[in-house]
Ligand binder design. Sequence first.
Ligand SMILES: Nc1nc2c(ncn2[C@@H]2O[C@H](COP(=O)(O)OP(=O)(O)OP(=O)(O)O)[C@@H](O)[C@H]2O)c(=O)[nH]1
Ligand SMILES: [Mg+2]
Length: 711
Amino acid sequence: MKIYNTQDIRNIALLGGAKSGKTTLAEAMAFEGKAITRMGSVDDKNTASDYRDIETEKQISVTASLLYAEFNDRKINILDTPGTPDFIGEPIGALHAVEAGVVLVNATSGIEVGTEIIWRRAAKLETPILFAVNQLDHEKANFEDTIRQLKESFGPKVTVVQYPVATGAQFDAVVDLVLQKLITFPKDGGPAVLSEIPESERPRADEMYKLLVEASAQGADDLMEKYFETNDLTIDEMRRGIKLGLGNRSVFPVMCVSAKQNKGVARLLEFIGYNVIPPTEGRGLTTKDGNPYTCDPAKPMTAFIFKTAKEPHIGDIAFLKVMGGEIAEGMDIVNTCTGNKERISQLMTAVGKNRVKVDKAVAGDIVLTMKLKDAKFNQTLAAPSESTVFADIVYPEPIFTTAIKAVNATEDEKLGTALNEMHQADPTLRVDYSRELKQLLLSGQGEYHISIAKWILDNQYKIATEFITPKIPYRETITKTAEAMYRHKKQSGGAGQFAEVSLYIEPYEEGMTPQTKYPIRGTETVDLPWGGRLVFNNCIVGGAIDARFMPAILKGVMEKMEEGPLTGSYARDIVVNVFDGKMHPVDSNEMAFKLAGRNAFKEAFKNAGPKILEPVYDTDVNVPTDRMGDVMTDLQGRRAMVMGMESDGAYQTILAKVPLAEMNRYATTLSSLTSGRAAYGMKFAEYAPVPTDLQAELLKAYEASAAQDEE
Ligand SMILES: Nc1nc2c(ncn2[C@@H]2O[C@H](COP(=O)(O)OP(=O)(O)OP(=O)(O)O)[C@@H](O)[C@H]2O)c(=O)[nH]1
Ligand SMILES: [Mg+2]
């Protein structure tokens, strides 16, 4: 394949709602760009982009694919991303490798949630956006409605560049206001035909053109001035305004296509080639130390790994955006994140599943490389003299968690390895072993996300797995003071064991006044690894217990703190005052005092108004105003405490404190309450006592499971 210069490369990501037609458009673009000779279709499961087993099985995109088109002496790299909101990590990753996003909008169903989420990301990254209204051939297509919705959601900078003369079965021509031509698509395929705009379309075309001129003036200050003075621009000025406006996000042009019938796709490629900024003019990336880094072929070689994948027969694939210099086969480089030396053994460009070898790639290009020893997403490859490290792509926090285990316990290790590999391919899929809950936790962007992960485990890794509701990390504490004495005494044959401990426990509070009932002779404060504190006071008088036994008593108390007396959860926020005890000259030892300390603490705890605490999360739910009522009622059913409300256009944000135990499957419920139009986030806030009836339930459940363990 020909090597293109930086200036002749354009990078776009196809974004937008689920099933809006991105993969179909990518296929048509690759076809128009001579990268494939025949167009496949999603319905026939033979597109270049949706080739993975899971994608042909479900007929959706799950992973971003790289494709390209060669058009008018330019190479256009295309990242086809999934639209299902559960796979949001893919378009987010892709946005870090492109200079423009092409947002597809389905003319039959309008804007979808996923589109709004990715829109906000693009805004943050200052990525230029153009819209492609797709499926105009569909009988239910409605262009006017779609434009109205686009303007409602994304504001007045949404600018119509083309409009269809008719939609549905009659969709065979668009008026292109930039070219000032009618573009007709021949019935039996083949290149589109350009002609003068017919008289019958003139009034509409003129009216739309006025709006286009006004919008294009936003692209540059001099155009704005001229427009204010004369209320008009020349055609060339209008074109310059659109190009600049797309680049600086003051214009969001709208194009028209039927991806499936390959109508309008060549013109879209031409528009992209002409108007999208070259890589050198893009915002570039940020380095780890916060400096902007623009793409530049004159810099030493640097490349950012914005995605990794693993494929059968190939192994690990790294997706690179070359940011500086050029990268070539056989080159010795360094991974600046790990310091590891690597050699580039293979460079490829791709049309989805079909990969094409290239000898080198220049700054601005997007390429694949295989067989690196150890490369992960978010890492930087560079010339050995370089130390640049690019900042990480920030992925959204998980919103759905399940515990998972292998049906066959001997496959636990295999499962761990598989899940870690899957995390490398999809950073939003997270896996954690909780030592506290003794569960392997799998988290992602929704229940569907996790169910797809299970499909991959079942079918690709061939590991049978089971999902279990994750346990809640409860805590235990006390609400009043109590005393207890415990005597540990054992007389068996030779040496006996003896220790007696009396202690007085109180609830710990930040800044509390120390008790005066027993004189405190020494204090040890333990910041507990699971949160909260244990204050351990030595109040022994007259040498009732030797100082050398105190650490053993503390150890015993800590053991019981680690496995709380009520339900085995961690205990927290307690003051223990050891005020008396007894020793035996021969039989007393550390082991005996540990046991006595542990049991005395357990006794006292039970009489100190023990309470189970549960984690409570600060939760913000972003809901369309018309669904507020349902979402609110549901939240109240989850013991939520509503803290406030914020209005945000057609959306409201509910701020609430909700117990984690009530949030299981919330993503799924919220999605069905709002037809997928809401989003939410959660952050740990505090531990709070559980209601009495729930405490009784938890105690019963723990006793039952403890009894079972003993059997
Ligand atoms: N009538 C019509 N159908 C289309 C058009 N483009 C795509 N489709 C159909 O819409 C469905 C979804 O198309 P895809 O290309 O998979 O959509 P997508 O946006 O890639 O979907 P995800 O990646 O899963 O979000 C398929 O059945 C396509 O055949 C179009 O222009 N017209
Ligand atoms: Mg797709």
